[in-house]
Design a protein around this ligand. Sequence first.
Ligand code: UDP
Ligand code: MN
Length: 287
Amino acid sequence: ASMTGGQQMGRGSGPMLIEFNIPVDLKLVEQQNPKVKLGGRYTPMDGASVHKMALLVPFRDRFEELLQFVPHMTAFLKRQGVAHHIFVLNQVDRFRFNRASLINVGFQFASDVYDYIAMHDVDLLPLNDNLLYEYPSSLGPLHIAGPKLHPKYHYDNFVGGILLVRREHFKQMNGMSNQYWGWGLEDDEFFVRIRDAGLQVTRPQNIKTGTNDTFSHIHNRYHRKRDTQKCFNQKEMTRKRDHKTGLDNVKYKILKVHEMLIDQVPVTILNILLDCDVNKTPWCDCS
Ligand code: UDP
Ligand code: MN
């Protein structure tokens, strides 16, 4: 069929608009091609997305939360047709918890069949189905737990909780800093990396729920105490952008890979032994 009035592909984005000068029965076309949507968007494999997501969960001693997280996220992402796999990044060394280094390790472990990662707190469960865990745009990371939605953190530059990052963007930023042992600030440092890379954070639009009903934060502050201790020169050192450490120099060993089923859902558990250079970051052990 010949094309008339067909728009040129504008700036490489969006579907091409094609008008046919032959009579077309749109209803019939729709019936015969149920997986092709208006504008030519194609969804293969019964609604599954083209891009695969590695769901990276920094983890230590949160078994009860994990037992809720896995079935919840599996059902939630299934409703959206997001192809994904859950990796539990289980820190097994004796150093303080290091969320960012675990994410670096998880990123290296998850092969490049995964087009993007979700760095995802185990205790933050999305409730609103309009929070789309989609492949982030070329602009930069997609922050699902934005400050207008997160139950606890409400500052503009917040990128913690749940952040989706394209594989190439994460590499471009050299991942996350490895200097953050104990609770906090690794996400704020990552925000500066995003900005320095010339990327920008996007967030879900038109969400009608708010800080109380968008997520369930299954976190009891007494039962799950945050490790906010600061020792040695941690305070000064973790307040500035780290240009030295990241994805390319995280020191670790994967002691064991467990393939498990939680409520019939396959989950990969990585037992990760992080290494700490106590001369450089003595605050990995404050005892
Ligand atoms: N986390 C963990 N064990 C810990 C500390 C943290 O598994 O001892 C993980 C877990 O995924 C948690 C995330 O790190 O959701 C963020 O920590 P936390 O919930 O304490 O931070 P919040 O955002 O609630 O201040
Ligand atoms: Mn929490």
